[in-house]
Write a protein that binds this ligand. Structure first.
Ligand code: BTN
Length: 326
């Protein structure tokens, strides 16, 4: 009821009467008053005027379960939320929930992580108050070979969400880093659990650097945050709401063809590596070539120095710009 009341307050410019809220939720005036009081304690400024009702005067940059539930109005993505003030890793928590039969679309969100996981066995530093750390649980009925493409679907959804919420043009560094001004603002880690030959679940974990912050010296050169680059405040709740909306749409397009063909044009338009020289860090030997975009499987097409078009699969190989990260 808390999330619904919050959502109604947000949607209504004028006052909502206590009576209306009582009738809508079939509860007493005291119960409504308690919810309003709880919201006030959390920082929402709500005016209560006799004979008129309640009005949301201001909503500071709130971030919590009720705020997210009141915003996310998708069909399934993010409609069940597990929110933690602190958790080891939202990916690990999502996997546990998946084992307990949590439905597809369950969204695990944390204010901070104590054991955030990055790609290639690295960690993901996750202090409170600054960033977004979340994991979406999926149960796709697709061939396990195709699951790695989901990371690219999420990358595109995050890029589109930043644009929709704030009008900013972020880019994608293949396969799944979101970049602004050539620096990384988002990392994505997808993990899959199989039962025999079938996918039991997939968890897609996303870390977005939101507020201005100091990065460790080894990251400072290539990491940044949305606020540092865009120069204005960013609401984590609004951004997450938009990511869920965009992902739900893009995922439907992915499932329709079981590949990225319907998302290819949008992804390639965002690809910062496109038509640029890249260094391919192939375990079998590094080489330099020109990136030509991805194909429908999410492989990066690179024209090598001998004019041979190579297809690079993200699991094995990573790419860098020849002068740096992008
Ligand atoms: C990368 O190395 O670029 C991927 C980083 C992914 C970090 C996110 S934060 C939320 C989710 N939970 C984790 O433990 N990792 C991912």
């Amino acid at each position: 009821m808390k999330a619904e009341i919050l959502s109604l307050l947000r949607e209504t410019e004028n006052y909502i009467s206590g009576q209306e809220l009582c009738e809508r939720f079939q509860v007493t005036r005291t119960a409504v008053w308690k919810v309003i009081n709880g919201l006030k304690k959390e920082g929402y400024e709500i005016e209560a005027v006799q004979n008129r009702g309640y009005r949301l005067v201001s909503q500071p940059d709130m971030f919590g379960k009720a705020e997210l539930e009141s915003r996310i109005r998708t069909k399934w993505a993010g409609r069940h939320i597990a929110f933690y003030e602190s958790v080891g890793s939202t990916n690990a928590a999502a996997k546990l929930l998946a084992e307990e039969d949590a439905p597809a679309g369950t969204l695990v969100v944390a204010e901070s992580q104590t054991a955030g996981r990055g790609r290639r066995g690295r960690g993901w530093v996750s202090p409170p108050g600054h960033n977004l750390y979340f994991t979406l649980l999926l149960r796709p009925e697709i061939d396990p070979d195709k699951a790695s493409m989901l990371t690219l679907v999420m990358a595109l959804a995050v890029k589109e969400a930043v644009e929709e919420a704030y009008g900013a043009q972020a880019g994608i560094k293949w396969p799944n880093d979101i970049v602004l001004n050539s620096k990384k603002v988002t990392g994505i880690l997808t993990e899959m659990s199989l039962q025999g030959e079938y996918i039991q679940h997939v968890v897609i974990g996303v870390g977005i650097n939101v507020k201005k912050q100091e990065f460790a010296p080894e990251l400072a050169e290539k990491a940044t945050s949305l606020e540092a680059e865009l120069g204005h405040p960013i609401s984590r709740a609004l951004l997450l709401e938009k990511v869920m909306e965009r992902f739900e749409e893009d995922y439907a397009l992915f499932l329709e063809k079981q590949d990225l063909s319907l998302l290819l044009a949008a992804y390639n338009a965002a690809l910062v590596n496109c038509d640029r020289q890249v260094k391919v860090l192939d375990p079998a030997g590094e080489y330099v070539g020109t990136a030509r975009g991805i194909n429908e499987k999410g492989e990066l097409l690179v024209l090598d120095s001998g004019n041979k078009l190579k297809k690079i699969y993200a699991g094995e190989v990573s790419v860098r710009g020849i002068y740096g990260y992008v």
